[in-house]
Design a protein around this ligand. Structure first.
Ligand SMILES: [Zn+2]
Length: 206
C-alpha cells in the first residue's frame, strides 16, 4: 500500500461519517422544500383551472399596452408581463373570495397571474391608460403592496405620458386619481402645490 493509499484509508472513516451526516442534512431539507414546491404548483394549477384565459383579441389589446410600456422606458415590467404572466379573463377561486381593490385588473402574487376585467378594455381611453393599469399590476408582481403600486404609477405618470393634460378628463384618470389619494395619501400633502399633489409639476408653470 502506498503512502497516499494509507492516508486515504486512515481518513476514510471520517469521510464516510461526513458523507452520512451530509446526506442526513440534505434529506432533512429536501423533503420540506419539495413539499412546499409541490404545494405551490398545486395552488397555481387550481388558480389557472378555475379561470378562463383571455381571448386572442383581448391578448392583442394587452400586447399593445405592453408595447406602449416598453416604448416609454418600462422595459423590465414589459418583459415580465410579456414572458412570465398568464392573463385571465375571469376570476379564479381566490379572487372570488378576496375581490380586487379595483375594477380594472387583479394580480395573484407570487403566481404571475393577472386577471383583467371588462373595464380594462371598455373604460380605458387608449393603450396608454391600459399600460398604466399594467404598470400598477407589474408592481404587485414584484411584491409591492397597494400603497407602493399606486405611488409608483402616480410618480411615473409623466414618463408614461398619462398626465392631467393628456388624460385628466377620462373616467379612468378620475377613478385612479381617487384611488391613489386613498391608498397613497402621503403624495398629497404639499399645500404649496396645485391640488396638494407633491408630484404635480403644473404649479411651476403658473
Ligand atoms: Zn393594486
Amino acid at each position: 500500500m502506498s503512502t497516499i493509499e494509507a492516508a486515504i484509508e486512515r481518513y476514510a472513516p471520517v469521510s464516510r461519517v461526513s458523507a452520512v451526516a451530509g446526506n442526513d442534512l440534505v434529506s432533512q431539507w429536501t423533503g420540506p422544500i419539495a413539499a412546499g414546491f409541490l404545494t405551490l404548483i398545486i395552488f397555481y394549477l387550481s388558480l389557472i383551472s378555475t379561470s378562463v384565459p383571455v381571448t386572442s383579441k383581448e391578448s392583442a389589446t394587452i400586447d399593445s399596452a405592453i408595447t406602449q410600456l416598453e416604448a416609454k422606458g418600462f422595459g423590465r415590467e414589459a418583459l415580465m408581463l410579456r414572458k412570465m404572466v398568464s392573463f385571465r379573463d375571469s376570476d379564479n377561486w381566490l379572487n372570488s373570495v378576496e375581490r380586487s381593490e379595483n375594477a380594472f385588473a387583479a394580480t395573484n402574487f407570487p403566481f404571475f397571474i393577472v386577471t383583467v376585467y371588462p373595464d380594462f378594455f371598455d373604460r380605458t381611453k387608449d393603450d396608454t391608460e391600459r399600460a398604466m393599469i399594467l404598470l400598477h399590476e407589474a408592481q404587485h408582481l414584484r411584491g409591492a403592496n397597494e400603497h407602493d403600486a399606486y405611488a409608483y404609477v402616480w410618480e411615473h405618470r409623466q414618463q408614461l405620458g398619462w398626465t392631467t393634460l393628456s388624460h385628466g378628463g377620462t373616467a379612468t384618470f378620475v377613478t385612479v386619481e381617487e384611488q391613489t389619494r386613498e391608498n397613497a395619501p402621503d403624495l398629497f400633502t404639499c399645500p404649496q402645490k396645485i391640488w396638494h399633489d407633491c408630484t404635480e409639476t403644473l404649479l411651476a408653470k403658473r
